[in-house]
Ligand binder design. Structure first.
Ligand SMILES: [Zn+2]
Length: 584
């Protein structure tokens, strides 16, 4: 493609709405995407090329793993979601609409029901199993706050696959086949990633893993063991039952007492003011939760060691909550709580539930809030203080695992990373087939439920997640496998000989199957280099005055500082070989 004829509307300045995420900023600036509405994007020619390449890798590996491609509708009659209860469960994130006869529909956020309906209508016998069907299709979720460009959109491209097996063992085998296919997909895309144990959340199921793309801007926290293969989302990570922090500290024998801590609210402030380590403080988290849609919100206070975080997934599970969120300031006041000064003793009756993390449940010499503005309590024995709360209180494992915690498998110190979820695989079991009556006759003629698995990859999200990992201060640095073009060819001189040489090289590379963006624009070299860096095409080939005089062209990788001189006569073969090598 000649740049002079292309549609690449780059932006000179960083778009104001895209400061936070490099992928959002650079994809907009590089003319890859444009925003149409909140969480709704257009893919321009460069962006679509990257999207199609990711899609192509996904499709090849799914086909190779024996899955078959279908296309299910995005517009789905409400009856199917009503069968499984998800018409209500999805709440406000489901795009609902009515047709002219006032029938309910939704735009598909995921397709378990649709595919299960298809399969229950076709499969009668174990001879028709296993089967794995997938599609690559637009999905819709009405995110309250779409953000970060392609990372959290309301319309996004997904690959979703669903396996149907006769037995639990069969389903596990299908799951392992998909896991291996996903490894090949993420390796071919060329991103650094980790496969982590995941909580299966609202999807229903018990065997699941996430493919997390490592990026500092990632919203997911994951812990990885440096010495064994253990890796988990912190939401799902298991904390080894460490000895209570108080156990190492002999009870001082001092009486529990209030101490004035004016304006010291955070753990850091309190610990510094009272000259105790954060590990000898206990902090409170306050949440509202419900056990059914529409039920009156209830207040729960959670106590964890001062340097820990609350694991909201574990907390939800303990409370059998259908929803849970941190309380706002005015909700704290309404419950009689004083933010920054919350402790177990004299906790107001507005707090219906109290969960004490097991790590601090028996701590004997800790600082807590005093439930009075401007006061904390010192020399607190947690068990005594919590005993005053009666039936409201309970000990549980509700802290999030973090850096330094012992690996549950081998005990080595875990390391924490930020990640972006690029893929997610589950064994669903009979969750959906049971609700929807998807059955088959086994060898003995007995009727059984089909065992299901589901496997997602956010295709458009993977484009952004890769950009989130692959960029530098000057722009994008695409892996060769998904770059919109493989080579950026720039002619910096406009003499007839130079133009002829550049045209010749462009033709020769194209003839060898190399994808070239040929910068034939009448622009200064500085502008061309800047754009080449911004667009992030992996190889830059430059015809400059000096190199041409020696019969050479300059070849430079986007991620390297080194410039190599290559004979113009053999340049096409040389560059084609480099592209091939990079594709592996
Ligand atoms: Zn380990």
């Amino acid at each position: 493609m000649r740049y002079s004829k292309s549609f690449i509307p780059t932006l000179r300045e960083d778009p104001a709405e895209a400061r936070k995420n490099p992928s959002h900023r650079l994809l907009l600036r590089g003319g890859y995407i444009r925003q149409v509405g909140a969480g709704i994007y257009e893919f321009l020619p460069l962006g679509l090329k990257v999207l199609r390449k990711v899609e192509g890798i996904v499709r090849q590996e799914m086909d190779r793993a024996g899955a078959q491609e279908v296309m299910l509708p995005a517009l789905v009659p409400a009856e199917l979601f009503k069968e499984t209860g998800r018409w209500d469960l999805f709440g406000s994130t489901l795009f609902r609409l009515k047709d002219q006869k006032r029938n309910d529909y939704h735009l598909g956020p995921t397709h378990e029901e649709v595919i299960t309906d298809l399969v229950r209508g076709v499969v009668r016998s174990y001879r028709q199993l296993p089967v794995n069907l997938y599609q690559i299709q637009w999905k819709y979720r009405d995110e309250a706050r779409p953000r970060a460009g392609l990372l959290r959109c309301r319309e996004f491209l997904m690959k979703d696959a669903y396996s149907f097996d006769a037995t639990e063992e069969g389903a596990l085998a299908s799951y392992q086949t998909m896991r291996a296919a996903y490894d090949r997909i993420f390796q071919r895309v060329g991103v650094k990633y980790r496969v982590v144990a995941a909580d299966s959340g609202a999807m229903g199921g018990n065997t699941s893993a996430e493919f997390q793309i490592l990026a500092e801007t990632g919203e997911d926290a994951i812990v990885v063991c440096p010495s064994c293969e253990y890796a988990a989302n912190v939401e799902a990570a298991v904390a080894q039952r460490a000895p209570a922090s108080g156990a190492g500290v002999a009870a001082s024998g001092k009486r529990e007492s209030d101490i004035a801590t004016p304006n010291k609210k955070t753990i850091e402030e309190v610990a510094e003011f009272l000259k105790v380590p954060a590990t000898q403080t206990v902090k409170a988290g306050v949440y509202l939760f419900g056990q059914a849609t529409g039920a009156v919100p209830r207040v729960v206070v959670v106590f964890v060691r001062g340097d820990r975080r609350v694991n909201e997934v574990a907390l939800s599970r303990e409370l059998t909550a259908t929803w849970l969120r941190p309380a706002e300031d005015e909700e704290l006041s309404a419950a009689g709580l004083h933010g920054g000064y919350i402790g177990p003793r004299d906790l107001p009756p507005g707090v219906e539930r109290v969960l004490v993390d097991r790590e601090v449940a028996d701590a004997t010499e800790v600082v807590t809030g005093a439930n009075k503005v401007g006061f904390h309590r010192q020399h607190v024995a947690m068990a005594d203080a919590v005993a005053t709360l009666g039936e409201r209180a309970k000990a549980a494992d509700v802290r999030a695992v973090g850096s330094g915690d012992p690996c549950p498998q081998c005990g080595a110190g875990l390391q924490e990373y930020k990640g972006i979820e690029g893929g997610h695989i589950f064994v669903l079991g009979t969750h959906y087939t049971g609700k929807m009556g998807a059955k088959f006759l086994d060898e003995s003629g007995a009727e059984k439920l089909i065992v299901m698995g589901c496997y997602g990859i956010g295709v458009s999200r993977l484009v952004a997640a890769t950009a989130e990992q692959c960029h530098d201060g000057d722009g994008l640095t695409w892996p060769m496998s998904i770059a919109p073009y493989q080579v950026m060819l720039s002619a910096l001189v406009t003499t007839p000989e130079a133009v002829a040489a550049a045209d010749g090289l462009y033709e020769a590379l194209t003839a060898r199957g190399v994808e070239v963006l040929f910068d034939d624009r009448d622009e200064r070299p500085g502008v061309k280099f800047k754009d080449a860096d911004l667009l992030g095409i992996p190889l830059r080939v430059t015809l400059g005055k000096k190199s041409l005089e020696q019969g050479k062209v300059e070849v430079k990788a986007r991620t390297s500082k080194d410039v190599e001189l290559v004979d113009i006569a053999t340049a096409a073969d040389d560059i084609a070989a480099r592209v091939k090598a990079a594709l592996g």
